[in-house]
Design a protein around this ligand. Structure first.
Ligand code: PAF
Length: 282
């Protein structure tokens, strides 16, 4: 049975009454697509109960960003969740709180990842990760899950949340889930709705370029060779960034190790698209 809860007090009551701690949590901002449903499928496969939050978090949007126009589709989201719930025959609780529940004026402590907050995505969205970590920490306190599921499309978000959980000893398993793509390879994202047909074509360049870099990594032995290759690719102006990093902590690499992650942010019209590809030498 799906349970929908809006008021924080009601959610806390329901959470306290649960007879199990075996809870898989999927935090979302709604407008659910197959990528979100994949996260829920993982949570439902591994836990007795799945809790999904739907909350468009204002603190992770800068003033010039799309908070006002971000798609809010609660009714359709609930229908999608109902279909999954029927398939798994397990309990799903959907928590869709109001801003004042998540950010009561009496309690506003921001969590920041001082090393990673200004790098990669943070270099183009300087306050974004403070907002993400703050809301996720607050949701973790309210939901008290055993595990939480995050899409690896937002690789930096996944790593920053893992680091936060380690540093604060939160005792929650952070599970990264593979990116879901459309038939042409474009990573699913709520922001893909902003693209017209010409832009959708241009967007495919992002994934194609990451695959080219992966191929090049299979051929070279020196970091300098791959750095030179990245420089030529980046001469196309649309790249907000295109980098290779250590997949464990996103630190810069000094040499080509056994494992890397290639991360890119590609500008298509007004929309910044991000994607990444993990690489390992074998
Ligand atoms: O990935 C998202 O949708 C959001 O950043 C998250 C994790 C739900 C926090 O608002």
């Amino acid at each position: 049975m799906i349970t929908q809860v809006n008021r924080l007090q009601d959610f806390i009551q329901i959470r306290n009454d649960l007879e199990t701690e075996d809870i898989g949590f999927v935090p979302t901002m709604g407008n659910l697509h197959d990528g979100h449903l994949r996260l829920m499928e993982k949570a439902l496969s591994h836990h007795k109960i799945c809790i999904v939050s739907i909350f468009v978090n204002p603190t992770q949007f800068a003033e010039n960003e799309d908070l006002a126009t971000y798609p809010r589709t609660l009714k359709e989201d609930i229908e999608k969740i109902k279909m999954l719930e029927r398939k798994f025959e397990k309990t799903v609780i959907v928590f869709h709180p109001e801003v004042q529940d998540i950010y009561p004026s009496s309690q506003q402590t921001t969590y920041s990842d001082l090393e990673l907050r200004n790098q990669l995505e943070g270099s183009v969205r300087p306050t974004h990760f403070d907002g993400v970590t703050t809301v996720v920490k607050r949701l973790f306190e309210i939901v008290k899950p055993k595990s939480a599921y995050f899409g690896k499309k937002d690789y930096q978000q996944y790593i920053i949340i893992k680091r936060m959980v380690d540093r604060l000893h939160l005792n929650i398993n952070i599970c990264g889930v593979e990116t879901v793509r459309n038939q042409e390879g474009l990573a699913l994202s709520s922001r893909n709705h902003y693209l017209n047909s010409k832009e959708l074509k241009k967007a495919l360049k992002l994934r194609k370029t990451l695959l080219l870099i992966k191929e090049k990594l299979n051929q070279v032995n020196e970091l300098s060779e791959i750095e030179a290759y990245l420089e030529t690719l980046k001469s196309e102006e649309s790249w907000n960034y295109l980098e290779i990093r250590d997949p464990k902590n996103l630190s810069k690499v000094e040499s080509l190790g056994e494992e890397l992650v290639i991360l890119g942010n590609y500008q298509v019209g007004q929309t910044r698209l991000l994607d990444n590809l993990e690489w390992s030498r074998n």
